[in-house]
Design a protein around this ligand. Structure first.
Ligand code: SF4
Ligand code: SF4
Length: 62
């Protein structure tokens, strides 16, 4: 199982991670990306990691 997390200190709110997520897990709230659903629904595709310019999005296998 995979879990995504967003480091709010690194997130610049560019929104690049929101639309590409196949699980629709990410949304922008007050200029920061947030996990909108159950973080455990993450598929581990690492698309958010690849598109994030600041390294704020990380995915762990748990
Ligand atoms: S790793 Fe993939 S499924 Fe998981 S949050 Fe990132 S884009 Fe979405
Ligand atoms: S791509 Fe990175 S910097 Fe941009 S909103 Fe997502 S987590 Fe934040």
């Amino acid at each position: 199982m995979f879990m995504v997390s967003i480091d709010v200190d690194k997130c610049e709110g560019c929104g690049a991670c929101v639309d590409p997520c196949p699980a629709s897990l990410l949304e922008l709230v007050d200029g920061k990306a947030q996990v909108a659903g159950d973080a455990a629904d993450c598929m581990g595709c690492e698309t958010c990691v690849e598109v994030c310019p600041t390294g704020a999005a990380t995915v762990q296998e748990v």
